[in-house]
Design a protein around this ligand. Structure first.
Ligand SMILES: NC(=O)c1ccc[n+]([C@@H]2O[C@H](COP(=O)([O-])OP(=O)(O)OC[C@H]3O[C@@H](n4cnc5c(N)ncnc54)[C@H](OP(=O)(O)O)[C@@H]3O)[C@@H](O)[C@H]2O)c1
Length: 274
């Protein structure tokens, strides 16, 4: 299997371009799933306070024998903890559950524009980063206007924006904004939770490369420059999802997948949520 490439964030920290997501992994099953992912070669885990499995992620890493500094771990501040002091306290609790003294990446999970606390929440992330307790800080589900306001009011550019992104929601204008500002695009639900995998365009390209539909979609992400962390509890899929670095899609194949965009979300609209 070819090694997973890394991408340099805007502060020089590097992130493996492919990781393992643990949203909706039921309590009691996360430790084993993360152990399988680590044994398969994954070195990047995406969790969140919301997922209620930070403790199992930390335990799996501690028991794996893989040194802590060889695994890139992201977690996120949940909506109910937004605000400067509440975020600092929530971060302490996340670290405690993980059993770590730092995380690699800490994110604001949703902008909640109607609550309007994301700027003060970001100030708390700046403090955490300044104290060396998060190697990088970023946001999730931010639209262009939210990113622009953070940059204008704080002068700090988020290292990443983690957003819903897959062939049915290609997010071209947002990716273009990220590229202009040096923000890395992270794609959540990269497979649209499976909804894009039986599209005839994807299955035809998969046959041509003798690969699975999942591998074609993940390869499309990687060639766009996205960071991805597909979730799977199926060991064979955990293996195939990381085995995508020894083939390439043609320009025409990339264009055909780009053309599947329908602006269709599986999750909430970030402008309305909260
Ligand atoms: N920031 C946010 O707001 C946010 C929101 C949602 C997700 N996320 C992050 O993104 C990660 C991934 O997103 P997701 O879990 O929503 O969806 P996803 O990774 O797009 O899809 C996961 C689903 O696809 C199936 N699957 C995985 N690999 C497959 C393959 N090769 N072939 C066929 N089916 C496959 C899995 O089934 P099995 O498990 O049965 O194999 C599971 O049902 C999450 O775990 C989380 O870390 C972040």
């Amino acid at each position: 299997m070819t090694a997973v490439p890394t991408i340099e964030l805007n502060n020089g920290v590097t992130i493996p371009q492919l990781g393992f997501g643990v949203f909706l992994v039921p309590p009691g099953e996360t430790e084993a799933a993360v152990a399988t992912a680590l044994a398969t070669g994954y070195r990047h885990i995406d969790t969140a306070k919301l997922y209620e499995n930070e403790d199992e992620v930390g335990t799996a890493i501690a028991k794996s024998g893989v040194p802590r500094d060889e695994v890139f771990v992201t977690t996120k501040v949940w909506n109910s903890d937004q605000g400067y002091d509440a975020t600092l306290a929530a971060f302490d609790k996340s670290l405690e559950r993980l059993g770590f003294d730092y995380v690699d990446l800490y994110l604001i999970h949703w902008p909640l524009p109607k609550v309007d606390r994301y700027v003060e929440t970001w100030r708390a992330l700046e403090k955490i980063s300044g104290d060396g307790r998060a190697r990088a800080i970023g946001v999730s589900n931010f639209q262009i206007a939210h990113l622009q306001r953070l940059i204008d009011e704080t002068g700090t550019v988020p290292a990443v924006n983690q957003v819903e992104l897959h062939p049915h929601l290609t997010q071209a204008p947002l990716r273009e904004f990220h590229a202009r500002h040096g923000i890395v695009t992270e794609a959540w639900s990269p497979l649209a939770q499976g909804a894009v995998l039986d599209d005839p365009v994807i299955t035809e390209i998969a046959s041509a490369h003798n690969r699975t539909a999942g591998q074609i979609v993940l390869r499309w992400h990687v060639e766009l420059g996205n960071v991805v962390f597909p979730k799977s509890l199926t060991p064979s899929r955990i293996e195939e999802n990381i085995d995508i670095f020894d083939f390439e899609l043609s320009g025409e194949e990339m264009d055909r997948i780009d053309a599947l965009d329908r602006g269709e979300r599986t999750g909430p609209d970030p402008d309305a949520f909260g």
